[in-house]
Design a protein around this ligand. Structure first.
Ligand SMILES: Cc1cc2nc3c(=O)[nH]c(=O)nc-3n(C[C@H](O)[C@H](O)[C@H](O)COP(=O)(O)OP(=O)(O)OC[C@H]3O[C@@H](n4cnc5c(N)ncnc54)[C@H](O)[C@@H]3O)c2cc1C
Length: 616
């Protein structure tokens, strides 16, 4: 592996492995037939290789690529120096094949490990990770819904990195309102259609890293119903692919522009004109009309979780960079010496406010990671149990469904806030380009916008996910926390926090009941007004539960009261003590906000709705 510029990417593999194996017991998946071809040792070797790739290949390109960005010249988009080589290495090392099913030519690896691989790659270079993330998503949709011919023509080329993929939903007037799409499809012959229209903000929409770009385009077949129900999904390659797999003519997909953006500048965000010269052709995916939104949702659900994980990757490296800086930067004296101008200067990590910021970042990063991995474990277990124990598989899938908008929205919102807190921890040094955190903050902002804005996620949670299957998924979710509270409310050193979690869970239930009352009395605008508050409330209760669960395990591994200091190494002692501190901090500094949010939900204030136009 070759090295580029300076690597700023930092990760805590010990913390990741604690969550995977000591806390969530992810190794249980290898006992199921579905994953029995893999072992923890093999997955650890892949993780180690990914860390090397991230720190030696893509991490060193992150800052230089941000400064250079992408450029469009004579209709072709060029990525920053080093990207082409990094793309080639990514596929040679087999990372892209890891999550793909074995019968489609992949490793069939579990989502839990794949989520960690995604976190690492996104943290090291989130702009670069966009290209491969979309390629994976698009190939998965073709594998799930494509005809045999479509799979043969595109899948292996995408798994090998010869073709990349995109998702084309957005149009200038149709962002959140996907159903307003105007891109048109006119049948030419069988599944072959003429495509005309403009898609905008298409990530990885054009680039120079491989031979072809395969666009998955939502378009309306002439005469189809309006709204999302009339949308179909088309495979529209940039360069036409012949029956024998060889490349043919360019397919009249013209890159009209690439955007100049706040962050992820090395990810080409393209305006794509399909059929400007009346020569764009595409194949109807799977040969089925008007099911495009359902097909695209497979990609979008995976991508929503992946965006949350992107947030965790960037937030984690921002936190760890801020931690390193705080351990080195000397400024001011200890608070107890505040009257003595000659008192020795200290490292800023000794100031309690800096420690507060660091622990807020740590607790949120580790809590969000646990949340994303817990969702992934539910997914793996649902797959492993399908056809063997369908009731359990259904339970696990229900939890995936419920937690997806929370992972997407909370982890992306908090990623931006954590990167901002990292800048604050640095002081002025964080605001300038000499350190990586200003880029992390710019990069992180997009996570709350794309893949459905976070308000769209909140609407999904309150209007669909809470009530789906008669509310059973939400009930199961609450029951798990209540059982934990009942089991651990007398836990030495953590009992107060566990009981506080119990009270926060009751508040969450009250918040949900208030939402239902609003629905029953047709106060829909009141529901949409407080939907984001409810999502945050649920996320914070979930994360408090997971952090406390981790703390109980950490305490059992090492009695952090220090009775028996020889039992574990000093490093492990500090590590496990850090888990307890993170849980206590989150419960005492972050979780109290749950009560004020539930209070606001119940208060029914309508000022944001009723304020007259001139009042803003
Ligand atoms: C860098 C970047 C990359 C992107 N990549 C892709 C891609 O690869 N493929 C793709 O198809 N798109 C992509 N997008 C587009 C992205 O998905 C949209 O920007 C997003 O869905 C929001 O749409 P919009 O920008 O039109 O905002 P709008 O839909 O106009 O929303 C503006 C505001 O109004 C709110 N709002 C909108 N509708 C409602 C409603 N019904 N109720 C309440 N509030 C509402 C939103 O929450 C938001 O706060 C990308 C965008 C960017 C900036």
């Amino acid at each position: 592996m070759s090295a580029g510029g300076q690597n700023n990417y930092k990760l805590d593999l010990r913390a990741i492995k604690f969550t995977l194996y000591e806390h969530l017991n992810v190794q249980q998946v290898f006992e199921h037939e579905r994953f029995s071809h893999l072992s923890r040792e093999e997955c650890d070797a892949i993780l180690d290789q990914c860390v090397r790739y991230a720190t030696e290949v893509t991490g060193p390109l992150n800052s230089s690529a941000d400064r250079v960005g992408c450029r469009l010249e004579n209709g072709q988009t060029f990525t920053p120096p080093g990207f082409k080589e990094a793309w080639k290495t990514l596929f040679e090392l087999g990372f892209m094949a890891f999550p793909i099913a074995q019968d489609a030519g992949g490793f069939g690896g579990p989502m839990t490990i794949q989520s960690v691989l995604q976190e690492i790659r996104s943290g090291a270079n989130t702009a670069f990770s966009m290209y491969s993330g979309l390629t994976h998503g698009a190939s998965d949709v073709i594998a799930s819904f494509g005809t045999e011919k479509q799979k043969t023509r595109y899948l292996s080329a995408m798994i090998e990195g010869r073709f990349s993929g995109t998702m084309c939903l957005s149009e200038p007037h149709a962002g959140s309102d996907v159903g307003a799409s105007r891109t048109k499809a006119t049948r030419l012959d069988g599944n072959l259609f003429k495509i005309t229209g403009t898609k905008c903000w298409i990530s990885a929409g054009d680039h120079d890293m491989c031979e072809n770009v395969v666009h998955l385009v939502l378009a309306r077949i002439e005469g189809a119903p309006s709204g999302t129900k009339g949308l179909s999904l088309f495979i529209v390659p940039k360069v036409w692919v012949n029956d024998d797999g060889s490349l043919g003519e360019p397919n009249d997909v013209i890159t009209g522009a690439i955007e100049h953006k706040l962050g992820i500048r090395a990810s080409a965000t393209a305006v794509l004109n399909f059929g400007e010269n009346d020569g764009c052709r595409g194949y109807l995916l799977g040969g089925e009309e008007n099911v495009g939104i359902r097909q695209m949702f497979r990609l979008m659900n995976g991508a929503r979780i992946a965006v949350g994980v992107q947030g965790i990757g960037v937030a984690s490296t921002a936190y760890l960079n801020a931690l390193s800086y705080a351990q080195e930067r000397q400024q001011g004296s200890a608070a107890k010496n505040f009257k003595d101008p000659n008192a020795p200067r200290v490292k800023i990590i000794e100031h309690s406010d800096v420690r507060r910021m660091l622990l807020e970042m740590k607790s949120k990063v580790e809590g969000m990671r646990t949340l994303a991995l817990k969702l992934s474990l539910h997914y793996d277990l649902a797959e492993a149990l399908a056809g063997k124990d369908d009731a359990k598989a259904k339970y696990h899938l229900g939890q995936v469904d419920l937690l997806t908008p929370i992972v997407k929205a909370y982890c992306s919102d908090q990623a931006f806030r954590i990167t901002e807190l990292a800048i604050q921890t640095y002081g002025g040094a964080g605001y300038v380009e000499d350190h990586p955190v200003e880029q992390y903050c710019r990069d992180a902002k997009i996570f709350s916008i794309y893949e459905g804005t976070n308000h769209i996620q909140a609407l999904d949670l309150v209007s669909r996910k809470l009530t789906s299957h008669g509310g059973e998924n939400f009930k199961n979710f609450l029951q798990e926390i209540k059982t934990f509270v009942a089991d651990h409310s007398s836990q030495p050193g953590l009992g107060d926090e566990v009981r506080a979690l119990g009270e926060a869970t009751e508040a969450l239930e009250r918040g949900a009941a208030t939402l239902m009352d609003f629905f029953m009395s047709s106060k829909i605008d009141q529901v949409t007004l407080v939907a984001n508050l409810f999502l945050e409330t649920m996320a914070e209760v979930t994360i408090a539960h997971l952090l406390l669960d981790a703390a109980v395990i950490a305490k059992s591994k090492r009695d952090t009261d220090g009775d028996d200091p020889d039992e574990v190494s000093p490093e492990d002692f500090a590590f496990y003590a850090g888990k307890v501190s993170a849980a206590k901090f989150f419960v005492n500094f972050v979780m109290p906000g749950v009560h004020s949010k539930v209070g606001a939900i119940g208060a029914g204030d309508r000022s944001a709705i009723d304020i007259p136009d001139g009042g803003f």
